[in-house]
Design a protein around this ligand. Structure first.
Ligand code: PGA
Length: 260
């Protein structure tokens, strides 16, 4: 069983709908020589679909993994405009984000669809990164733990605890995403502890093994304090993953905190 000190830290860069062939190559030229030397942190990058295979080529010799930002819940067939889990795997992806709050809020992805995507990702050999988190109004109403638990339960009920913990969980308070307003380390740790305790009620071993990342305005200057928390195993990074110096600093903070 792993303890908080030996769960390997993880940093995932979520580029969202940003980038171009030129900008991606330039960003990778800046960050890869540094971050690929960090052995204590697992790093993945999630570019938009059209750039997956070019980024896969650029990552080729490094330990940095490729991830996608979304996938279809369907396996194959007449689904114009969708991208299947097998296609992502075929293009070199190891991870895929599932249930990001922008997908939930802007593209009406409900818990049932998120659970189906999670299951489809696993079937194709991908590691789903399940995003959960409350809105500001829900936090104000004291509903944070209930919301997070119900989002996790939807996936647990669909796939079972053994499959749930094959994924990575990302706690991303909606009010902190892209707003510059980060949860304090204490606020984030409280939710991460709640998630780990909830996992323990399902399966004791799962509690210690499952990695739980924090996301929401993680920056170079707040990453270290967040990653020091005992139940925070790294970060899912949006805006700051597009800035070479910031991303390197965040990965470096995770690298340094692994053995803390
Ligand atoms: P942010 O995004 O770091 O820009 O807040 C995080 C995310 O959406 O995963």
């Amino acid at each position: 069983m792993q303890t908080s000190s030996n769960r390997k830290k993880m940093v995932i860069g979520n580029w969202k709908m940003n980038g171009s062939s030129t900008a991606n190559a330039s960003l990778l030229r800046s960050v890869l020589p540094v971050i690929s030397r960090f052995e204590n942190v697992e790093i993945a990058l999630c570019p938009p679909y059209p750039y997956l295979s070019a980024v896969a080529d650029l990552l080729d010799d490094s330990e940095v993994a490729l991830g996608a930002q979304n996938l279809s819940a369907e396996l194959a067939g007449a689904h114009t405009g969708e991208v299947s889990a097998h296609m992502l795997h075929d293009n070199g992806c190891r991870f895929v984000l599932v249930g990001h709050s922008e997908r939930r809020a802007l593209y009406a992805e409900d818990d049932a669809l998120v659970a189906k995507k999670f299951s489809t990702a696993l079937q194709a050999g991908l590691i789903p990164v399940l995003c959960v988190g409350e809105t500001f109004a829900q936090r104000q109403a004291g509903e944070t733990q209930a919301i997070v638990t119900s989002q996790l339960s939807a996936v647990l009920n669909a796939v079972g605890v053994d499959d749930l913990v094959k994924g990575v969980i990302a706690y991303e308070p909606v009010w902190a995403i892209g707003t510059g307003e980060t949860a304090t380390p204490e606020q984030a740790q409280a939710v991460h502890r709640h998630i780990r305790q909830w996992l323990a009620t399902q399966n004791h071993a799962a509690r210690a093994d499952c990695r739980i990342l924090y996301g929401g305005s993680v920056k170079a200057d707040n990453a270290e304090q967040l990653f020091l928390q005992p139940d925070i195993d790294g970060g899912l990074i949006g805006g700051a993953s597009l800035d070479a110096m910031s991303f390197v600093a965040i990965c470096s903070a995770a690298q340094d905190k692994t053995a803390a």
